[in-house]
Design a protein around this ligand. Structure first.
Ligand code: PBG
Ligand code: ZN
Length: 324
């Protein structure tokens, strides 16, 4: 069909028609809100590079989680900022660790919202890497036991789902085995499967105090230039028992989301990471863009690319926007 028989504008002329032919719909059901838990009481430390986000002590955390629940957001993902760090990230799996205490408080006080926990070592190790370090090398295999025990400790505290973000080889299998051996056969794993070595994590590392103290994460996180490799990573994690697979970051990797969608039939999560959030917030503060509109356009684009769910610091704002 060619012009003038076909006129694309016919179905764009009013909002009713536009709604009828809209292909992608963002819903509050798609949103996962990341939150940062810290020890102490009545603490709400603003994260300068992430306006609207805070390191929250458990009392404040509970308020934010209920707000999310009341807006209809189905789940949050928790990151912990521990009181102490050491070479092996011991506090990551402690029964009285920050994430473990936060999870049990939320499960106790705020029913009706799922709690996912991020499983990693980098906030808990003094060197800031996501695995154990031996002579300057991130040592894969000995790290697996630690990751499995962190995940198990989260689930024992009440976590509904665990999300390993470390990018060690074999971690999904190790975590699945530890959960199953302890009777948690029904706890799903959302694996950060295609996680790129990205400068977009900058603001998060400020928020979570998790920047590597030497070197970088290039020996375990993926090279931004690769996408066939993403399929291998995703396939491996599925074979090891992942229930949901994640692509991270989201916006600079929409092609990867799309490619994974074509090849994989598991639910796909996309992580709209801290730097993606901060750039929009900064431009909004400069009055260079309309922040709310760019937010909705961005989240819709991530969904259009093929994501089933989006981890995003915009979750509360987007949920409010969707109610309008
Ligand atoms: C830790 C972790 C990171 C993020 C989630 N989990 C940072 C990193 O890998 O350095 C990034 C989240 C964000 O930037 O919003 N493994
Ligand atoms: Zn990490």
């Amino acid at each position: 069909m060619l012009f003038p028989d076909y006129r694309g504008r016919r179905l764009r002329q009013n909002e009713a028609f536009r709604r009828m032919v809209r292909e992608t719909r963002l819903s509050v059901d798609d949103l996962i809100l990341p939150l940062f838990a810290i020890g102490g009481k009545n603490i709400k430390n603003p994260i300068p590079s992430m306006p609207g986000h805070f390191q929250l002590s458990i009392d404040h955390l509970l308020k934010t989680v209920s707000e999310a629940r009341d807006l209809g957001i189905p789940s949050i993902i928790l990151f912990g900022i521990p009181d102490k760090k050491d070479a092996f990230g011991t506090r990551a799996s402690a029964r009285d660790g920050i994430v473990q205490r936060a999870v049990s408080a939320i499960k106790d006080k705020v029913p009706g919202i799922a709690v996912i926990t991020d499983v990693c070592l980098c906030q808990y190790t003094d060197h800031g890497h996501c695995g154990i370090v031996d002579k300057g090398i991130i040592d894969n295999d000995p790290t697996l036991d630690l990751l499995a025990s962190i995940a198990l400790s989260h689930v024992k505290a009440g976590a509904d789902m665990v999300a390993p973000s470390d990018m060690m080889d074999g971690r999904v299998a190790a975590i699945r085995e530890a959960l199953d051996d302890n009777g948690h056969v029904n706890t799903p794993i959302m694996s950060y499967a295609a996680k790129y070595c990205s400068a977009y994590y900058g603001p998060f590392r400020e928020a979570a105090h998790s920047a590597p103290q030497f070197g970088d994460r290039r020996t375990y996180q993926m090279d931004p230039a690769n996408s066939l490799e993403a399929i291998r990573e995703v396939t491996m994690d599925i074979e090891e028992g992942a229930d949901i697979i994640m692509v991270k970051p989201a916006l600079p990797y929409l092609d990867v989301i799309c490619r994974v969608r074509d090849e994989i039939d598991l639910p796909i999560a996309a992580y709209n990471v801290s730097g993606e959030y901060s750039m929009i917030k900064a431009a909004e503060q400069m009055k260079w863009i309309n922040g709310a509109q760019v937010m909705m356009e961005t989240l819709t684009a991530i969904k259009r690319a093929g994501a089933d769910m989006i981890l995003t610091y915009f979750a509360l704002e987007a949920a409010k926007e969707l109610r309008k």
